[in-house]
Design a protein around this ligand. Structure first.
Ligand SMILES: [Zn+2]
Length: 224
């Protein structure tokens, strides 16, 4: 029996962890029924093994909870970051539309006015105007913006050849006969009193005509 005890003692750790063969298990079970020492030893070891396992489980649970919290934190951080970038991209795309109005003023004030006075000699001949007429007439539009430079900015000014030689337009308003038509865009720094309230006016037209004293003046303006 003493010999069996030392064999059982050696095997108890494996027995407790369930790592012994069926044969060995039967041998130990048989022995523990007749040996109080080994029975106690086995029960104590089994008890502390179970406690250890419970602690390990608890630890594992705590670690997994911590990991899960970290993951949630990361996820939240990631979501916050992507939301921020979506907002940023939207603002960039919409650009100056959402700029505060004082910033819009700075933005448009610093825009360089685009001038486009292209025309062909053939169509120019039909209008009866010279190239010089067009340039002098355009000065009338430029001058009107210089006079109101505190509240509007001319962004684009083009000679509207098609409009100038379009006979229908001349019939539509007799004052437009002999008028040179310019088209362009401009921006109001303050909300305009008249019109749709929009600060930006695209494809606005100016009709410039030489008066009796030979001076080019804006005689009409607006959308079509
Ligand atoms: Zn024993």
């Amino acid at each position: 029996m003493k010999n069996d005890c030392s064999v059982v003692k050696d095997l108890i750790p494996l027995y407790v962890e369930g790592l012994v063969s069926e044969e060995t298990k039967e041998f130990i079970d048989e022995h523990r029924q007749s040996c109080e020492n080994c029975k106690n030893l086995l029960e104590n070891l089994a008890k502390s093994y179970n406690e250890q396992e419970t602690n390990d489980n608890k630890k594992e649970k705590i670690w997994s909870e911590i990991a899960s919290k970290e993951r949630k934190k990361k996820k939240k951080k990631y979501l916050t970051l992507s939301l921020a970038s979506v907002i940023l991209v939207t603002l960039v795309v919409l650009g100056v539309i959402f700029l505060p109005k004082p910033l819009q003023k700075i933005y448009y004030e610093n825009q360089t006015t685009q001038y486009d006075f292209n025309f062909t000699e053939q169509t120019l001949a039909k209008t009866g105007f010279t190239e010089n007429d067009i340039h002098v007439a355009s000065e009338a539009v430029k001058k009107s913006f210089e006079e109101h430079s505190d509240d509007r900015k001319l962004l684009r000014l083009a000679y509207d050849e098609k409009e100038t030689i379009d006979e229908n337009k001349i019939v539509y308003n007799p004052n437009h006969a002999d008028a040179i038509v310019f088209i362009g865009d401009y921006y109001f720094f303050e909300d305009p009193v008249a019109g749709d309230g929009s600060r930006l006016r695209n494809n606005w037209k100016w009709f410039v005509k030489k008066d009796s004293s030979g001076e080019w003046k804006i005689i009409d303006q607006g959308y079509d």
